[in-house]
Ligand binder design. Structure first.
Ligand code: ADP
Length: 278
């Protein structure tokens, strides 16, 4: 027997158990994939043994997707992210990043591709402690050879996009973990990358701050950013549009999330933070 199903509201959102969910954004299948890996293999030598970290992984990610990568420890998630992040080379298989054949590139071409096409967000924020927020955000543009004035303008705009314009001149140790991660997100955005790679971005944050970070990532995704995010937390995956699961170096599941939890609506239902209420 079929259940009556959740009530659908006029704005297309669905409320189930008090949680606001929205249908997945349309992925853009008309454009070429941002990630296209085919039969990707990565073996590591360990003494006289070979570790098969990735076994013939095939995956396509279209522009506008928000994909969560999950799987137990040792399943190959980091290996996959390192390859997609152009930080390591596959043993075999093909990998096109935004149409570019990555395995054929030399070291400096790879560095260039990383700088222009990828934005990285890490669990530990990885901000430079002696630089303020604006300087940290401007750094990828220094490597990309963007002129000083434009660096400053784009740096301020990126900080504004994550709601931190008023912290531009604060150093990381003068900011909370959530604020540092927002600076790191701004830094990931400044070169308008084709893909944002986030490795456990909420792993060092409390639950509430985690949802705030997911709200920012969802906003960026709605504005067109393609995001691939690794997490151990099933809750975090509910904010993305698709979840892939690794096990023993193999992709064992690849599911669209038909209804996505809307992080900003989750936050709207909470009481104000003490410091905000004061
Ligand atoms: P996960 O990120 O899911 O925890 P990893 O990609 O780190 O998994 O690891 C997959 C497998 O590859 C594991 O068995 C791990 O021990 C092995 N591995 C990862 N990196 C190396 C390396 N540099 N040298 C040897 N083995 C490695």
């Amino acid at each position: 027997m079929s259940s009556p199903g959740p009530a659908v509201h006029t704005n297309g959102q669905v409320h189930t158990n008090g949680i606001v969910r929205a249908p997945a954004a349309e992925r853009d299948d008309a454009r070429p994939p941002v990630i296209q890996v085919t039969d990707l293999v990565k073996d590591y030598a360990r003494g006289s043994n070979v570790v098969h970290a990735l076994r013939a992984v095939t995956l396509r990610v279209q522009p506008g997707e928000f994909v969560t990568v999950m799987g137990p420890s040792g399943s190959g998630k980091s290996t996959f992210m390192n390859l997609v992040g152009c930080l390591d080379r596959p043993t075999s298989g093909s990998f096109l990043l935004d149409g570019v054949d990555v395995p054929s590139l030399n070291r400096s071409q790879l560095a260039d591709l990383r700088n222009h096409k990828l934005g990285f967000i890490f669990q530990g924020f990885n901000l430079l402690p002696r630089m303020n927020a604006l300087e940290n955000v401007m750094l990828p543009m220094v490597y990309a050879g963007v002129s000083g004035n434009i660096r400053r303008q784009r740096g301020h705009a990126a900080l504004e996009a994550v709601g931190l314009e008023d912290r531009a001149h604060h150093r990381p140790n003068e900011m909370s973990g959530g604020q540092q991660q927002r600076v790191a997100i701004a830094r990931a955005l400044v070169n308008a990358p084709s893909l944002i790679l986030a490795d456990e971005p909420t792993g060092n944050l409390d639950s509430r701050t985690s949802v705030e970070i997911m709200a920012i990532l969802q906003r960026l995704n709605r504005a067109g950013a393609t995001i691939v995010l690794v997490t151990h937390e099933p809750d975090i995956a509910t904010y993305s549009s698709r979840t892939v699961l690794f096990k023993d170096g193999t992709l064992v599941s690849d599911q669209p999330n038909r209804l996505i939890v809307v992080a900003s609506d989750t936050i709207a239902g909470w009481p104000a933070r003490e410091e905000e209420a004061a």
